[in-house]
Write a protein that binds this ligand. Structure first.
Ligand SMILES: Cc1cc2nc3c(=O)[nH]c(=O)nc-3n(C[C@H](O)[C@H](O)[C@H](O)COP(=O)(O)O)c2cc1C
Length: 320
């Protein structure tokens, strides 16, 4: 049984998100309300095998104990570099598996034939999957993708992927062209489950798109038969989204989580600009009458120390 097959159904995955799911945020989520599986931000194989290596390596940092359920996600279009990177990831011993990004819709990346640009490019996609397996024979290899590039081609594309002997397949229920602009097509995700049952019963299917709570995810798993649900933006609405119990944090408790986030950011010495941290403020500072005012003040902060000063002076209500 590989890593994916051992997880209790349905299980939950925190979606890989660029500039979000770095080691700082993953450690915070692990402390607060962890999912069953984490993924890194997508890591460029070109970046790793080039002069930008040191900076790219930051994306592969892990905190002690997290390796058991952490998947490294990689992207690019050169099979040789995929193999080298997979070998390196396996040798590090820091990851439970490797995921190949075949879904990111960023225009420049797709134009270069990477990520979402691999959808429908059967020859190159096949070479890439084979290269990663060669590089990391001991790790389960998975793919995260969408239901098509410009049009929905679920049967054709995921039917082909399911014949590549993947350990897991994440389906984000939209095409690349749809970006995040239309509701996720969970009916298409259902089709992938049926295809899996016929073509690759051992491949674990993870459904993704617009899930905002664990209860909603459980319901979708029952309806569609997916083994797992991946939640991305939902964590910005609720830091406790993966908790099986309902957690209602007081404003003071929310601020404590924000302060822990800032502390971890400092401890890890991220080279990411302080601005990157600001997108998280809305997770914690929300839900009470003057929260927007406090958030606006925090958005003007330029250092962790300023964040602490603002929060120390804030008047917080006892409950949200
Ligand atoms: C800020 C941001 C960054 C993302 N970065 C990645 C990434 O690095 N790799 C990836 O496969 N998907 C990435 N995605 C897509 C998410 O993993 C997920 O598929 C998408 O957000 C839909 O799920 P959701 O509706 O639960 O957010 C990103 C999404 C967002 C919002």
């Amino acid at each position: 049984m590989n890593f994916w097959q051992q997880l209790k159904r349905p299980f939950f995955v925190l979606a890989p998100m660029d500039d979000v799911t770095d080691v700082v945020f993953r450690q915070l989520v692990a402390e607060v309300a962890p999912p069953d599986v984490f993924m890194t931000e997508f890591v460029s194989i070109d970046g790793l095998q080039s002069a930008g290596r040191e900076r790219t390596l930051e994306r592969l940092r892990v905190f002690p104990g997290e390796s058991a359920n952490l998947i490294a996600q990689i992207w690019g279009n050169d099979p040789e570099k995929y193999e080298l990177t997979a070998r390196e990831i396996a040798a590090s011993g820091n990851f439970a598996g490797i995921d190949i990004n075949m879904g990111c819709p960023e225009r420049g990346i797709v134009a270069r034939g990477c990520c979402g640009g691999l959808i429908g490019n059967y020859e190159l996609a096949g070479e890439i999957i084979a290269a990663v397996k060669r590089g990391a024979p001991g790790l389960p290899v998975s793919v995260k993708t969408r239901v098509g590039l410009n049009a929905i081609i679920t049967e054709e594309w995921t039917g082909w992927l399911l014949q590549q002997n993947l350990a897991a397949l994440t389906i984000h229920g939209r095409t690349v062209r749809e970006m995040s602009k239309v509701p996720a097509h969970w009916d298409e995700i259902s089709k992938v489950v049926k295809l899996r049952d016929q073509l690759a019963p051992h491949t674990v299917i993870i459904g993704n798109g617009d899930v905002l709570s664990r209860a909603q995810g459980e319901q979708l798993a029952t309806q569609t038969g997916v083994d797992a649900v991946m939640i991305g933006r939902g964590i910005f609405h609720d830091i406790d989204v993966f908790s099986s119990e309902h957690i209602e944090r007081t404003p003071e408790e929310r601020i404590a989580v924000l302060l822990r986030h800032v502390e971890l950011y400092e401890q890890w010495g991220s080279t990411k600009h302080f601005q990157v941290l600001k997108k998280f403020f809305k997770i914690y500072v929300a839900g009470w009458p003057n929260a927007a005012e406090l958030r606006a003040q925090l958005m003007d902060a330029t250092t962790p120390a300023e964040v602490r000063t603002i929060l120390a002076q804030a008047q917080l209500p006892a409950a949200v």
